[in-house]
Ligand binder design. Structure first.
Ligand code: DGJ
Length: 730
């Protein structure tokens, strides 16, 4: 049991293995937030203060009590227009044009298992894994009802949040904002971390103290974006990988989002996360309701490592779905950086032949196999094989690849349409553009209006036809531009503001249909690399191409940031050629391999161009990944250094029983007469004896964690690090 209710006190308590979350409806029915942190087993409302703060108005029900103000109290779901001047979680326009809302407690219900959300991805858990609490709030002066949902996954220290906004009145209201979560923390001094970036440099963690006022991390691009990730961490100023308090939150949504944190006049912290309100309105007719996407929280008292472990487990086991979620992923060879658009069936088959000799499992045919697609100006939407390039058709190519003992995967960019395509010529109205205005083009292309059923059906049919035309085991689902010019010919003018969210609902509906129809196909998400790397996409695709930057040095930073929230098995990562195509940097092939192994491993070059020695290296790397794959994906991941600051990137994977440890990394720069570096390991059995497989040296877990292990003396730049240790039986 994880939901505890004291009806007399109107107190709600959510308990997980190591954390507790408390709320209480007070004498006026205001649902206050009391606590999210360590297990305390006591009513934490004693921490609340009721100061008489100037210019903090008092609700009418409080009479002459100037100490009771919604502008100073921590509330569970904040409203606007009724005396709370901080960030509001919800914003509605009533039929009389007013925007005021004042939510008070109405009732609650508890269910075994975890709630789900219509048409949206969310954490799934059965009745033994989770409980759901729903708290119903109602407006004091209208028929708006808000249901706050809490999914409690006790063993995983995870609490999920979502809200339902209901119009129980007779007239239409307009919803302008509906956050998935509001977390009002009246205690503590917090810093925050967001994950920012750009194309080819995603999810770089940035940590800073809170300033008074509102700080924000958001996307208005129609995708979760390369620029800010829909995830955030609040942490104590002394928080490190292993010590200190932190609260992590991620959003299970792939469209525009907004995370705001307000540090108020009383040094209190309010955090909201949800669909970006600038790109959102929703008309709620009488009797209708709106369900927000989900936000997922965890609290850790022992630093970022524990937070990441909690998130990795819930994403891997309760968000990712399908056959591939826990099993070994195939080692891929992708032709993109080997050929770009310049290929034919013979060239692809030659790449496959070399790869098969070295042990690669699957060939992935990237962009350029369909329509008139010899460059990026044309062809998107025409998902029919271009037999000038793939002579003999896809069936023959797939058969040839399969006869090498490999499987076959293929690239799509379903949401896009090129103006120079047969699809555009026959359905120009399917593209998102505003009548009378020239649309913005991104990579020369426009977007399909995914809110339309006819567009979804077209895509479903063409993708099904391709998948049924040959034995295809994998799809790379790409998306290569930000969205603009929001307008749908299918929506009335008052509903145009619904398009960004309807686009997401349409995309998810299509992905749901395809993944259910083809349960054996592995879907990999992609958006110019990691522009849509979020838990929403991971519900359909258990792995996502992490970045278009395949430079091993830069990847250590991108993957470092990504690992705070997302499990290693979700990170698409490949060894590519040198000089690297994004940076011109040259790194050793072993270094590229240890970095790419921190993910769903593969290659992205023509292996035929390698020397015999390099080919032997590749064969060995693949063998190693097969040996270590389950430890890498299933073990606990530890960040052992910070590549953004240190002269190395080091990380490790430790099996749950602490018997196996794999340390991987890169020493960036060498110097003459350099003292050897050490790295302190984490998560070992202190009294256990660990033996390094290659050298047979034995150390105690305690020594390796406190004193550290000596790293190799580097020779040249970007020296790879690899140690595999096993605990000896006593
Ligand atoms: C962007 C992806 O991230 C690349 O890997 C590649 O698939 C190209 N698109 C193809 O256009």
């Amino acid at each position: 049991m994880s939901v505890y209710i004291d009806e007399k006190k109107c107190m709600f308590c959510l308990k997980t293995k190591n954390t507790e979350y408390q709320m209480k409806a007070d004498e006026y029915g205001v649902l206050k937030h009391l606590w999210y942190g360590k297990i305390v087993n006591t009513d934490m409302s004693y921490l609340l203060e009721y100061p008489d703060v100037g210019f903090s108005g008092n609700p009418y029900c409080a009479g002459n009590d100037r100490t009771y103000s919604l502008n100073t109290l921590p509330v569970e779901y904040s409203c606007e227009g009724t005396g709370d001047y901080r960030i509001s979680a919800v914003s509605v326009i009533h039929s009389n044009g007013s925007n005021a809302l004042d939510l008070r407690y109405k009732g609650y219900s508890i269910k075994k298992g975890k709630y789900s959300i219509k048409g949206l991805p969310s954490v799934y858990a059965n009745e033994t894994e989770a409980e759901t609490l729903e708290i119903i709030l109602e407006d004091t002066a209208s028929d708006i009802e808000v249901v706050l949902r809490y999914g409690v996954l006790e063993k995983l220290d995870i609490i999920t949040r979502s809200a339902v906004i209901r119009n129980r009145g007779t007239s239409t209201v307009t919803l302008n904002k509906a956050a998935s979560l509001c977390l009002d923390i009246p205690y503590g001094e917090w810093e925050w971390i967001n994950f920012h970036g750009r194309h080819t440099m995603e999810r770089i963690p940035e940590r800073k103290p809170l300033f008074h006022g509102i700080q924000e991390s958001s996307s208005t691009r129609g995708t979760s974006s390369h620029h800010q990730n829909p995830s955030v961490v609040l942490c104590s100023s002394d928080c490190t990988e292993q010590y200190g308090e932190c609260i992590g939150i991620f959003f299970v949504y792939s469209g525009s989002f907004q995370t705001q944190i307000e540090y108020d006049q009383l040094r209190q912290t309010r955090l909201t996360m949800g669909i970006h309100p600038d790109l959102f309105t929703w008309r709620l007719l009488s009797g209708e309701e709106f369900e927000t996407p989900e936000a997922v929280m965890t609290y850790s008292v022992s630093g970022f490592s524990q937070m990441s472990h909690n998130f990795h487990k819930v994403i891997r086991e309760n968000i990712c779905r399908g056959k591939y979620k826990l099993i070994e992923r195939p080692v891929l060879i992708n032709n993109w950086e080997a050929t770009y658009f310049d290929f034919d069936a013979e060239k692809i088959l030659n790449i496959a032949k070399e790869a098969s000799k070295l042990g690669v499992d699957m060939l992935v045919l990237d962009d350029g196999w369909f329509g008139k697609r010899n460059g990026d100006c044309s062809g998107l939407g025409d998902w029919f094989v271009n037999e000038n390039k793939i002579q003999g058709g896809l069936g023959k190519l797939v058969q040839n690849v399969k006869s090498l003992g490999m499987r076959f995967g293929i690239w799509f960019e379903p949401e896009m349409i090129s103006e120079d395509s047969d699809l555009y010529r026959s359905h120009p109205d399917w593209a998102i553009k505003i009548p009378g205005r020239q649309p913005v083009r991104g990579r020369y292309q426009l977007l399909l209006d995914m809110s339309r059923q006819d567009v979804q059906d077209y895509l479903y049919n063409v993708i099904c036809n391709i998948l049924k035309s040959a034995d295809i085991s994998y799809i790379k689902w790409d998306m290569n531009r930000s969205i603009s010019d929001w307008y749908s010919a299918n929506l009335s003018s008052e509903r145009q503001g619904e398009l960004p969210h309807r686009y997401m609902l349409g995309l998810y509906a299509l992905l749901e249909r395809l993944t259910s129809e083809f349960p054996d196909v592995l879907f990999e998400g992609c958006s110019g690399g990691g522009g849509r790397f979020d838990a929403g996409m991971l519900y359909y695709c258990p792995q996502i191409w992490c970045s278009d930057d395949t430079d091993a040095f830069e990847r250590t930073m991108i993957q470092y940031g990504t690992s705070f929230i997302y499990p290693i098995s979700t990170v698409g990562s490949h060894v590519s050629t040198v000089p690297n195509h994004q940076t011109g940097r040259i790194t050793p092939i072993e270094t590229r391999a240890v970095t790419a192994m921190a993910g769903s491993f593969g290659y992205e070059l023509d292996l035929g161009t390698l020397s015999e020695k390099e080919k032997a290296d590749v064969a060995l790397q693949i063998k190693k990944f097969k040996k270590f794959g389950s430890l890498i994906h299933g073990g606990k991941y530890y960040r052992l250094s910070n590549p953004l600051k240190d002269n190395n990137a080091l990380w490790s994977y430790v099996s749950d029983d602490k018997k196996e440890v794999l340390v991987h990394g890169v020493i960036f720069r060498t110097e003459p007469n350099m003292k050897r570096m050490t790295v302190k390991l984490c998560g070992l059995e202190p009294d256990g004896y660990y033996q390094i497989e290659d050298t047979l040296e034995v150390y105690t877990g305690s020594a390796l964690m406190k004193g550290g292990m000596l790293l190799p003396a580097p020779w040249g730049d970007y020296t790879p690090v690899e140690f595999y240790l096993k605990r000896l039986e006593k």
